[in-house]
Design a protein around this ligand. Structure first.
Ligand code: KG4
Ligand code: ZN
Length: 423
């Protein structure tokens, strides 16, 4: 079957088309089209994502992204003459898109020229996310569904992030349902979420921990702002932190290799290290699997208030902040892997792009495997670079599993955006 997937939960307008063939336990996917129109440049100017602005951009862009993906998938063909829309149909579509008049115009203008493509179901993100943004994708899905009579599969965005680890570099990939991946643990870290999810079987989720205040990505974004770095903050902080680690390594090498000057270099070096910034590792010793990043953010704020830092000191702050976030995430994840004797760890969401998080998590999982604390051969998966952020391919995969689970919408009029939807 062919699935068209739509994702508009935050600041990416994303659409993908996949062909899925299920042969016994193996689910074979082929990516026909996968397109993202990013709004980051617009939001960077304002230092963050404003929901109404995100909605406006989705409304403007979604029909073009849709056409691009159909072309890429070789599913785009037009009629010689426009098809006339009946008054009844027009009224229905107008009602569905009444809150997105610009999209309604684009839709009516464009859709009447396009032949119905071979699409068997439309998967769409219904939450969690920014509601005005989610509604654009949902209403677009409803309009397509009504116009071409295609069923809709509502999808949870976080479930999408879990499934985002399966596609690799090539256009095709297989998910073998009998691969023995369970019990599985997923650390989901994004701009809006930080949670640890225990997965005992396909689609069976139990949240065992979550942030009590800010999400990890949100903390990265806020601290970046304090340091005068642009939105999104995660990649910027990470860049500075890596720079700092490299320069510290160089200094260490230098003081080690140059033994004649070590008497001079040594104390100077230790002086630099002792002056280094230190931030707390919030809730690292709490008995549960919850997180908290708001105190850490405040610690950075106070540090910046009390110490006049110069441009060249910023990498130190970035490094120590990143260390604090990563250590906390890794520590609790490893603790959960031990307690639940996890076989597969999946890290997903925007923050999973963080190189230091990837490195530390892999190292600690490796240490655990070598210890006697687990009997499992733990496998660890991160999404490929292009799929760490929001995309529609992950929604297509999660959508197919929901379809197999018979979670098709019975009445599309009842589909609603759910900003706080939980797994
Ligand atoms: O999953 P995502 O694209 O959107 C949401 O659903 O929130 O995540 C976006 C978040 C932003 O907060 C961004 O700063 C963060 O992911 N992020 C990173 C990195 N790349 C993106 N955080 C830390 N290190 C990165 N390399
Ligand atoms: Zn996301």
């Amino acid at each position: 079957m062919n699935i068209l997937a739509i994702e508009t939960s935050c600041d990416e307008t994303a659409i993908a088309v996949v062909v899925v063939k299920n042969i016994e336990s193996k689910v074979n996917f082929k990516i026909l089209g996968n397109n993202i129109s990013s709004q980051i440049k617009i939001h960077t100017q304002y230092g963050g994502v404003f929901p109404m602005m995100a909605k406006r951009e989705h409304t403007k862009n979604i029909f073009n992204v849709f056409k691009k993906v159909l072309r890429e998938a070789n599913l785009f063909s037009t009629y010689k003459k426009d098809i006339k829309l009946s008054a009844q149909r027009n009224k229905e579509l107008n009602k569905i898109l009444e809150k997105e008049p610009k999209l309604y115009d684009n839709f009516i203008e464009g859709i009447t020229k396009i032949r119905k493509p071979k699409i068997d179901a439309i998967a769409v993100t219904i939450g969690p996310g920014l509601e005005p943004a989610l509604w654009v994708g949902i209403n677009f899905a409803k309009a397509l569904s009504k116009y071409w009579d295609i069923p809709i599969i509502p999808v949870n965005h976080m479930e999408g992030h879990i499934f985002s680890i399966f596609p690799k570099k090539s256009k095709s990939f297989v998910i073998n349902k009998k691969d023995g991946l369970f019990p599985m643990l997923s650390l989901l870290v994004s701009g809006g979420h930080t949670e640890l999810v225990l997965i005992k079987d396909w689609m069976k989720y139990k949240k065992i921990g979550q942030t009590r205040d800010d999400a990890a990505g949100e903390a990265f974004d806020k601290v970046a702002r304090m340091l005068g770095l642009p939105y999104p903050g995660g990649p910027e902080i990470s860049r500075l932190a890596e720079m700092e680690r490299k320069s510290e390594d160089k200094m260490l090498d230098f003081s080690r290799s140059d033994s004649s000057s070590s008497l001079i270099r040594g104390p100077e070096k230790s002086n630099i290290l002792s002056k280094q910034v230190h931030f707390p590792r919030p809730m690292i010793n709490s008995k549960d699997y919850d997180f908290s990043f708001s105190g850490l953010k405040t610690a950075v704020l106070y540090y910046l208030r009390d110490n006049k830092i110069r441009e060249k000191d910023k990498p130190k702050v970035a490094k120590e902040f990143e260390n604090a976030v990563v250590e906390t995430l890794v520590y609790k994840t490893i603790k959960a892997i031990r307690e639940y004797q996890i076989k597969t760890l999946i890290v997903g969401g925007g923050v999973s792009a963080n190189r230091y998080l990837q490195k530390m998590m892999k190292e600690e999982v490796q240490k655990l495997k070598l210890s006697s604390l687990t009997t499992q051969k733990i496998k660890i998966y991160f999404p490929s670079k292009k799929l760490t952020g929001d995309n529609a391919l992950m929604i297509a995969i999660a959508g197919y599993f929901q379809y197999q689970n018979k979670k098709m919408a019975k009445n599309i009029n009842l589909i609603k955006a759910k900003g706080n939807l939980s797994l």
